[in-house]
Design a protein around this ligand. Structure first.
Ligand code: FE2
Length: 431
């Protein structure tokens, strides 16, 4: 009898006929076979009991430096972006690598337990000591057994708003940031906005890095830095290496303009990364009723051929008081806000937190429930894609590179961290 590393039995697999149940066989860190025969054994055996198995989630836009600082030094009572920025300016003065890593550890355990194995975080490079970058680069190494982290150097206050900000952004890359960020709508003028995009691309080309910007995160229909991002992508030959986060202004653009720009973005291979929870919460704040939804038009972008992946943006910080790291909550919000509620649309919508993230991460060749690919998988609570969105919550099991790392069965959540199983507490107050 051949003993395999891991065997997952009675699995429905996303993308295969749902009237069939499969056994997924893992040897080492790879899926070696997928069969209808259930008479196989492994060192670890999981009975999926007909539940849906799919590859794990991507959280393509997040701020780990501010995560879990809610209420410190004070709560955001207005719920606005601006009060959040003020609170963060106070909070970031007392950042240390140690206290940040303690918060990040808790957050990434929650995320991994909820099935996210890839998170792209921004690190605020206008925090002049660059504690943010140093801490998050360290976190990437410290927590790699439970989650894959990419760090984007993010000039929160702008690249041209202060003389040293460009230098700090470059320093962040030298300290090990994976991607170059920007925030053109936060520069003083639209000309500076355009210039800041060019400067970010200069750095990306110099250090051979991908770009991931906060782009047009406003309701202003004249915020049009996205077109500069698209143009620079084509001009520099950076197709497939650029993601634009938020792009909420595109919700308010004239339809003629929106259609044209998304068409060019598709040609340029520029991805967009909406953050539905934060966008619906922070946008539309200058509107009286009716209020705009303030989320990039995902449906239109997809129709135009633009790659769209989602981000959670924040968990319990100055900008967003809720969240536990569940990308299904993020997707649930997205499909409602953009009315992607057709039956096929709902089924397909899971791509926004799975394969579309893999495209941006450049791991398409090794991502998916297929023979020969890395054994990263989730056993969800439900049996179908619709169930995934109806039931949400943590998956029953999370497997990373052939190893069971999270178990949410039996009424509690446990994670394998540094060789030991730990019980997780998702409460606001930790006993
Ligand atoms: Fe963000």
């Amino acid at each position: 009898m051949v003993e395999h590393t891991l065997v997952v039995k009675n699995a429905r697999i996303r993308g295969r006929p749902l009237d069939k149940k499969y056994t997924i066989v893992v040897d080492g860190d790879r899926i070696t076979s997928i069969k209808e025969d259930a008479n196989l054994h492994g060192e670890t055996e999981i009975d999926a009991q007909g539940r849906l198995v799919l590859p794990p989630f991507f959280n393509m836009h997040f701020h780990l430096d501010s995560v879990l600082t809610l209420g410190d030094p004070r709560f955001n009572e207005s719920g606005t972006l601006w009060e959040g920025i003020e609170i963060w300016a106070e909070r970031k003065k007392k950042l240390t690598v140690e206290e940040m890593l303690a918060r990040v550890e808790k957050a990434v355990k929650w995320m991994a337990a909820y099935g996210t194995l890839w998170v792209r975080t921004h690190a605020d490079t206008t925090e002049k000591t660059l504690t943010t970058v140093k801490g998050l680069v360290k976190a990437r190494e410290e927590f790699k057994d439970i989650i894959n982290i990419q760090v984007t150097g993010f000039p929160q206050d702008g690249i041209l708003t202060e003389p040293e900000n460009l230098e700090l952004l470059e320093k962040a890359i030298e300290l090990g940031a994976d991607n170059v960020g920007m925030i053109p709508h936060n520069e003083y003028t639209r000309f500076d906005g355009a210039r800041s995009v060019e400067l970010a691309f200069d750095l990306a080309v110099k250090y051979n890095k991908d770009i991931d910007g906060h782009v047009d995160e406003t309701d202003d229909p004249w915020s049009r830095n996205f077109e500069v991002v698209v143009r620079e992508t084509i001009r520099r030959g950076w197709q497939g290496r650029v993601a634009a986060g938020h792009v909420t202004a595109s919700h308010s653009w004239d339809p003629v303009y929106r259609n044209r720009i998304f068409g060019i973005a598709a040609k340029a291979g520029v991805s967009i990364v909406p953050n539905p929870l934060i966008n619906i919460h922070l946008q539309g704040r200058f509107d009286n009723y009716p209020k705009r939804r303030g989320m990039a038009p995902i449906k239109l972008a997809l129709e135009k051929g633009v790659n769209v992946a989602l981000g959670h943006d924040c968990i319990m910080d100055p900008w967003y008081p809720l969240g536990v790291g569940d990308m299904l909550q993020v997707l649930f919000m997205a499909v409602h806000v953009d009315q992607m509620m057709g039956y096929s649309e709902l089924q397909k919508s899971l791509d926004l937190i799975t394969i579309n993230g893999a495209k941006i991460w450049h791991i398409l060749d090794d991502y998916g429930i297929e023979e020969g690919k890395k054994a990263n998988l989730l056993v969800l609570r439900g049996k179908t894609e619709l169930d995934a969105l109806r039931l949400m919550g943590p998956p029953l099991y999370v497997v990373k590179e052939g190893k069971l790392i999270a178990d949410n069965t039996g009424g509690e959540s446990r994670i394998l961290f540094r060789g030991k199983w730990e019980k997780l507490d998702f409460s606001q107050i930790q006993e």
